[in-house]
Design a protein around this ligand. Structure first.
Ligand SMILES: [Zn+2]
Length: 66
């Protein structure tokens, strides 16, 4: 099994981990209720999908049909 020859210094360890941060990704808002939503995802608050303003899946309608 491969074993490290030298221990990783704190400086080198910090340089490696400098890339570990997460990027903010959510930057859109629901056009129907204004809640922050991820792009191409159905709104968790009202069920609105605004991908090119084509589809709308309403929670109330799903409940009535089932
Ligand atoms: Zn919504």
């Amino acid at each position: 099994m491969a074993v490290p020859k030298r221990r990783t210094s704190k400086a080198r360890q910090g340089k490696r981990r400098s890339h570990h941060h997460l990027k903010t990704r959510q930057n859109t808002y629901c056009t129907r209720c204004g809640e922050p939503v991820r792009p191409h995802f159905v709104c968790s608050n009202c069920g609105w999908l605004n991908s090119q303003a084509r589809e709308a899946i309403l929670i109330e309608e799903e409940e009535e049909g089932s």
